[in-house]
Design a protein around this ligand. Structure first.
Ligand code: ZN
Length: 470
């Protein structure tokens, strides 16, 4: 994610976080033999209530219909999951929306709502290790979320359609989900909208069909994806479909914008920038490329939604292409998406590397060298703020982005270019399609470099005073 910059300064405004209040389900009440309720959240203090315990989702099949005239969405979500404990019941995250039917393994199941939780009680308990499917039919007017962390997110109704987007969570506003990045899954997404409108989402485009004034757009993301990286953009868009490096490339800008404006010109560089990053980070991790620009002013950020980042309007106000933000969001495809967080306190693993990718791109593009940017940023850094576990109110703060990027470059200066880029490529290869923590990165860096590096990471990421320049 990157916020819109009002000026050309990397220091970003500090997020204000309103407390998220979730109704937590209490345990107990319906144990059946050894079967117990799955946990109602994953105890990640950065996103209270988000995610659920007791199962692991392998895939989501979503079929939704959205009518901008009424703002109503109706859908069926089919989840394929494995029980990681013997379950008498389990929770899904779902914000608002009405559930009309739930089935587990094809048999009607009990369901109840508790705040932003959908509690599902299968007819029989699920044994540990059991693979099962859950079908949920639901409908309603999806809502935005206003937790303040990242401005407006969730499901935003627009003049001609809708935008579903947001970090650290947003998916639960439009489908039932285990809404935490630690449970990645594949997605098949089918979106039916009035004919003439586009419905963009993640991954490889499938067959598009029309009937009775409605068009169904199909998308498939085969690489495991964290739920906050899903997106839905519906409206009157100028969609460009092609290929890059043998893979589908789909970009879109609102039809209200000129075909040759800064937005389209920036998206047109997507393949070239991804190729550049691949020379530094290793092979591009997904089977499609793309990007979507939106004009809705409530989206004051860009988000690295998997394989197809969404860019808010603020990045293009200067009237010129903005390649820095494209480099940032594309870098996340490796750092954050393919190698995803296990917990939100490690968000610098996403933002430090994505910010660093902007430095690399700028140097490659004939601008300032990464070394010079490092020197300039070092001077203005507040070392009292840690990159790791920055606190919920600073999830998107300078210590995560700028200090994180400084730590990355400090590692490079410490181990030298060859070892540094070998560390990065080993990380993206070994952790591809998975999840990881800061400790995992330190251990891998030490292994690849063949020397202790913990003191370097500690000094640059969490130390309370300015580290000596390497
Ligand atoms: Zn970012």
């Amino acid at each position: 994610m990157r916020r819109t910059r009002r000026r050309i300064r990397p220091a970003l405004a500090v997020a204000v976080v309103a407390a998220l209040v979730f109704a937590a389900c209490t345990d107990g009440g319906d144990e059946r033999g050894d079967f117990r309720p799955g946990a109602a959240d994953l105890a990640d203090p950065y996103v209270p209530g988000a995610g659920n315990g007791g199962y692991d989702v392998a895939g989501y099949r979503l079929a939704v219909r959205y009518d901008p005239a009424t703002d109503r969405l109706s859908g069926r979500a089919t989840l394929t999951a494995t029980a990681t404990a013997a379950l008498s019941r389990f929770n899904l995250d779902l914000a608002g929306l009405d559930v009309s039917r739930v089935a587990v393994d094809g048999r009607p199941a009990g369901s109840a709502r508790d705040g932003d939780e959908l509690v599902v009680t299968p007819r029989d308990g699920l044994s540990r290790g059991a693979r099962f499917t859950v079908e949920v039919d639901y409908s309603g007017v999806p809502a935005a979320k206003t937790d303040g962390q990242l401005g407006s997110g969730g499901f935003l109704h627009t003049a001609d359609g809708a935008i579903a987007l947001g970090q650290p969570w947003s998916a639960a506003t439009w489908f039932p989900v285990n809404d935490h990045p630690s449970d990645k899954a594949t997605y098949d997404i089918e979106v039916t909208v009035p004919e003439g409108l586009a419905a963009l989402s993640n991954g490889v485009p499938g067959q598009r069909t029309s009937a009775d004034g409605w068009t169904t757009w199909r998308w498939a993301e085969r690489a495991p994806m964290a739920s906050y990286l899903t997106t839905l953009v519906i409206g009157d868009y100028r969609v460009q479909s092609g290929t890059h490096a043998g893979r589908p490339m789909v970009t879109a800008v609102p039809a209200s914008l000129p075909a040759t404006g800064p937005e389209a010109a920036s998206l047109a560089r997507t393949g070239e920038i991804a190729d550049f990053l691949a020379t530094r980070f290793g092979p591009y991790p997904f089977d499609s490329y793309g990007g979507v620009v939106v004009t809705d002013g409530r989206v004051g950020y860009a988000l690295e939604t998997q394989s197809r980042p969404v860019y808010g309007p603020g990045f293009f106000r200067g009237g010129r292409p903005n390649l820095g933000v494209v480099a940032h969001e594309l870098a996340h495809q490796w750092f954050g998406n393919s190698v995803a967080l296990s917990r939100w306190s490690d968000i610098w693993l996403n933002e430090g590397f994505a910010s660093y990718a902007e430095w690399l791109w700028e140097e490659h593009d004939g601008g300032r060298t990464a070394q010079r940017t490092f020197e300039l940023e070092y001077v203005g850094t507040d070392w009292s703020r840690p990159s790791v576990d920055p606190g919920r109110s600073r999830l998107f703060g300078a210590a995560v982005y700028k200090r994180g990027a400084l730590a990355v470059h400090a590692l490079r200066r410490t181990v030298g270019d060859d070892t540094f880029f070998r560390i990065l490529r080993t990380w993206t290869a070994e952790r591809r399609d998975g999840n990881a923590t800061t400790d995992d990165l330190v251990a891998l860096a030490e292994r690849v470099a063949g020397r202790p590096l913990r003191p370097v990471f500690d000094a640059w990421l969490v130390g309370g005073t300015a580290p000596a320049l390497p």
